[in-house]
Write a protein that binds this ligand. Structure first.
Ligand SMILES: [Zn+2]
Length: 206
């Protein structure tokens, strides 16, 4: 029964193969609906953050990206490519707000107008409208909604994963060791150019 609610794909085998983690959520829902809702929220939010990070920073055919996508219903390669391009555009601070909104609107269309799948459900147990847990476009667009205000590009030109989620609104560097070091060097350089040159001038005029 819950299978039908959570996964509207007709093929059982396919569902099981892709969603072992999500199947555990179903099981928990059967035994403790109240606790599960909180658990599902935590798991999904964590998963969606990971989906964004992997998709923005990784190559589509890399193992981490493939592993993350394997938890969702498989999609055509071109859909993943568009998702990656759109995501990087959303991450770019220079993209106009209206363009960002249009990208998100288009993904809602993709997520709801799926051949043979409902995609969007009015969950009585969850008391909200929610996309299928294993729907790539559904989880992708939800992930964007939850995180887009934190999208930043790391200021270190050599950053290995430059698209990051900022913990503070003024974060300019991701918090990897090398990037933190780079940030400190930049800070020291700036200080030296501004204050240091004043000092040097001061010394000369004495
Ligand atoms: Zn970085």
């Amino acid at each position: 029964m819950l299978d039908k609610i959570f996964y509207s794909t007709g093929k059982e085998g396919e569902t099981l193969k892709h969603s072992a983690a999500f199947a555990a959520m179903e099981q928990a829902l059967l035994t403790d609906p109240v606790e599960l809702s909180a658990k599902v929220d935590r798991e999904l939010v964590k998963f969606r953050t990971q989906l964004l990070d992997r998709l923005a920073n990784g190559e589509l055919d890399s193992t981490p990206v493939q592993r993350t996508l394997a938890r969702l219903q498989p999609e055509h390669q071109s859909l993943y490519t568009s998702a990656q391009n759109n995501l990087r555009k959303l991450w770019d601070q220079t993209t106009p707000f209206f363009d960002k909104q249009r990208i998100v609107d288009a993904w809602v269309d993709v997520a709801t107008k799926r051949l043979g799948l409902r995609g969007l459900h009015a969950w009585l147990a969850r008391e909200r409208l929610e996309f299928d847990f294993d729907s790539f476009p559904g989880q992708f667009v939800t992930a964007i909604l939850e995180n887009w205000r934190k999208f930043r590009v790391c200021g270190n030109p050599n950053c290995p994963g430059k698209f990051f989620l900022a913990k503070r609104s003024n974060s300019r560097y991701c918090e990897r060791g090398d990037c933190t070091k780079y940030a400190q060097q930049q800070h020291a350089l700036r200080w030296w150019r501004e204050k240091g040159s004043d000092k040097r001038k001061g010394r000369k005029s004495k």
